[in-house]
Design a protein around this ligand. Sequence first.
Ligand code: NAD
Length: 356
Amino acid sequence: MVKNITVLKGDGIGPEIVTQAIKVLDVVCEKYSHKFNYTEVDIGGCSIDKYGVPITEEGMAKCKAADSVLLGAVGGPKWDNVAPSVRPEKALLAVRSELGLFANLRPTKLFSQLADASPLKPSIVGNGIDLMIVRELTGGIYFGKRRTETVDGEKVATDEMTYSEHEIERIGRVAFESARKRGGRVASVDKANVLDSSRLWRAVMHKLAEEYSDVEYSDILVDNTAMQLIKNPSQFDVIVTENMFGDILSDEASMLTGSIGMMPSASLSEGTLGMYEPIHGSAPDIAGMDIANPIGTIMSAAMMLRYSFDMAEEADAIERAVNKALDDGYRTADIYKDGFKKVGCSEMGTIIASNI
Ligand code: NAD
């Protein structure tokens, strides 16, 4: 199969970690007789430096024309004080909205080899953590109307949270389909005891639950979910929720694994085009030192094969290769402990690629 991948390396550790993911993808191509064409586009601070904008129109067109987009990370102190209209993160929001990326998938997995990296007690994580948060990405309070006005002599600010049935249904379908390929369970998170948007959310999810009767369905309030993620995270398989609840819960969940450098994510459109990136930022404190953990980006590349290219076998091969590197005792600095073999970013990439 021939696939065209637009590569957004970005800033900080972005170029280092994306280079490792490409190293792994190249071996996958060789082994499974595919051809991946890579087109690099500047994004974030490096694009601001060259062109004065965080992504050019031409760059955006190359994202839209691709079969999928692989991203490192953007931003850093150098660009903290640029005008808000051209901040590095603006490019990410623009790509998400131009590509119609409405579904954000964040798997949270505690690798058994790293169980002691979790901040939770072994008695709690003993059963493992392997859950997927499906977050609605283009609706809700982030995209609702907002205003600040003066009422009776004081300032009053309002942010509207709006959801339509079709927006809820399409994210619900992503969650149910995902559960069918995983543990067969969906927990839908809302605040239906207070919010109208949540009551509509729940009604639409219930209809879908009837359609997907093979999937075990439950409703859970967002405040309870925040507690349950700490108390008993292994109860969850797929969690589906709206934009802001998902933003907060997915960061909480990612910390359960104790290692931000390991976590991938996928942002999907209604078609097969998606954007794949690790959940962490550009880590300017360790940029250029060849010590960043490339596993989150390599696992993001595996998600790209699984979700955009329908290459499940190849994705499994990458995940096995990562597991073998950990089994063999290789650790980057962020997950290193005495008794293991410390390797740099590039060496970790080479080891994983050679395990394919
Ligand atoms: P960060 O995720 O970049 O770093 C937080 C901490 O985790 C740092 O100590 C860093 O060294 C470490 N870390 C992150 N990724 C790592 C990896 N792969 N291996 C080893 N250690 C790793 O968050 P931050 O410091 O708050 O943000 C830095 C910059 O990144 C900011 O400009 C921020 O706006 C940007 N950012 C970008 C994205 C994105 O591009 N999607 C996401 C979050 C933050």
